[in-house]
Design a protein around this ligand. Structure first.
Ligand code: EPZ
Length: 417
């Protein structure tokens, strides 16, 4: 089992380069199946989810070449095959093969998706949308079978602005007969990234980035090309570390517009940093004040940064009120932060975080990807040594964490025990 060992308190100087967005690339790879030609995806992050999805593409007969940060995909030998539990259960994003295979072959057989244990994570919005477009869906044990004589355009109103459902509906709609409207669509930047990839293949999608998306079905999709947008969650995580430990730290390769809520909220704590073009310049802010944080769908404060933010709030003077509104079980990092000396009172999906508290290194667990990130931030500032186990969760969403952090002065390593 891999463990992360951090000796905290080191000053961080130098440049951290931001990689491609996990929550984009995990949709772009399944989307590539829709092309009858060749696809090029670049600025791909070196994370384990990419390797798992490449395996699934190869299972379907796709020829996948992954070199440096580029993936070349050739679908000339692609066939429709079942995505079994051994693959599907490893990541949440495996469910994008439902929309892609149903769209291309009018049949998909796939086991229930995996993903972080941060809630029940149903896929009812995906399934009901596919049914509205003409699919028949049956479930046996944990395997979904989706079939359709043909898929037709539909008017789909999402009860919740679900990222996954919005993308999966786009995948199903691009080759359907007629036009599909998605109302109350999610507006995350990753959705815009996926739509630009599909449009590069010849799809006709408009309105992405707003809550009303229109997809006009086309007959065929050809060669595609896309650059993965920078990971706004990785950016926010390193910015928080920079606010706590930086000395002229530079975070390079960001898109400011994707982080407005995070930037505003961090500035509200009194954190000082400035942004020029695609770089953030940040040094440690000595006096931080508590603020209230509530996670929301985009463009609100992202749920994926709620956990690392709660670590930063332990260093803010006064009381902060933190509320998670997207998932029902995304507070499991709190007891580990308290074991390090934090003073956090949790009431279901809300917490009162008292600061400023000194954190001491402890043995803690990464219960899920972003809880792991919260523990990494805590270990970076804690006095002494912090050992984080179950870091496979962290490696799913953060590329090359040891290189990126040790290159700017952190004392951090991965051991395999
Ligand atoms: C994506 O998950 C991301 N994962 C999540 O990131 C992110 O937290 C989330 O979007 C919100 O931004 C990937 O892109 C692989 P949702 P997704 O559908 O698509 C409920 C990370 O840490 N819901 O917007 O699963 C659901 O239970 C991960 O990088 C339904 O009720 O998110 C949740 O409460 C974690 N029915 C809420 O909506 C459905 O059919 C948000 O889900 C679908 C979702």
């Amino acid at each position: 089992m891999k463990k992360l060992i951090i000796n905290g308190g080191k000053e961080l100087t130098g440049t951290i380069k931001i990689g491609g967005a996990k929550n984009s690339v995990v949709a772009l790879l399944p989307a590539a199946i829709l092309s009858d030609g060749k696809c090029k995806i670049y600025n791909v992050p070196n994370i384990s989810d990419v390797h798992k999805l490449n395996e699934m593409l190869r299972l379907l007969g796709s020829n996948v070449e992954y070199k440096n940060d580029e993936i070349l995909i050739d679908n000339k030998n692609v066939k429709n095959r079942e995505i079994t539990k051994e693959y599907a259960s490893t990541i949440r994003a495996s469910y994008y093969f439902m929309g892609a295979l149903l769209s291309k072959y009018h049949k998909a057989k796939i086991s229930y998706p995996g993903g972080c244990v941060i809630g029940s994570r149903p896929i009812d919005l995906h399934i009901s949308a596919f049914e509205k477009m003409g699919a028949k869906v049956s479930i046996k044990d944990t395997t979904y079978t989706l079939t359709a004589e043909k898929l037709h355009g539909a008017d789909i109103y999402l009860d919740f602005a679900s990222v996954g459902a919005t993308i999966n509906i786009m995948l199903a709609a691009v080759l359907a007969d007629g036009t599909t409207h998605i109302w109350n669509a999610a507006k995350e930047p990753e959705i815009v990234n996926v739509a630009s990839f599909l449009n590069s293949m010849g799809a006709k999608i408009s309105g992405v980035g707003t809550s009303a998306i229109t997809i006009e079905g086309v007959k065929k999709l050809n060669d595609g090309i896309v650059e993965v947008i920078p990971d706004r969650i990785e950016t926010g995580t390193y910015l928080m570390i920079g606010i706590l430990l930086g000395k002229n730290l530079v975070i390079d390769g960001i898109i400011k517009e994707h982080l407005e809520a995070v930037i505003t909220k961090l500035r509200e704590t009194g954190a000082e940093f400035f942004i020029k073009n695609s770089k953030i310049y940040v040094s440690k802010t000595k006096k931080l004040n508590g603020v209230n944080v509530k996670t929301l769908v985009y463009p609100g404060f992202p749920t994926d940064l709620g956990q690392p933010m709660s670590t930063l709030l332990t260093q803010c003077k006064g009381e902060s009120l933190f509320e998670e509104t997207i998932y029902e079980n995304r507070m499991r990092h709190i007891k580990h932060l308290n074991s390090m000396g934090a003073k956090i009172l949790q009431f279901e999906k809300k917490a009162i975080i008292k600061g400023k508290t000194d954190l001491a290194g402890r043995n803690v667990i990464a219960t899920d990807l972003r809880a792991g990130a919260a523990m990494m931030v805590a270990g970076m500032i804690a006095k002494g040594t912090t050992t984080i186990t179950n870091i496979e969760h962290i490696l799913r969403g953060y590329e090359n964490i040891v290189d990126k952090l040790s290159n700017v002065g952190a004392d951090i390593k991965i051991v395999d025990e």
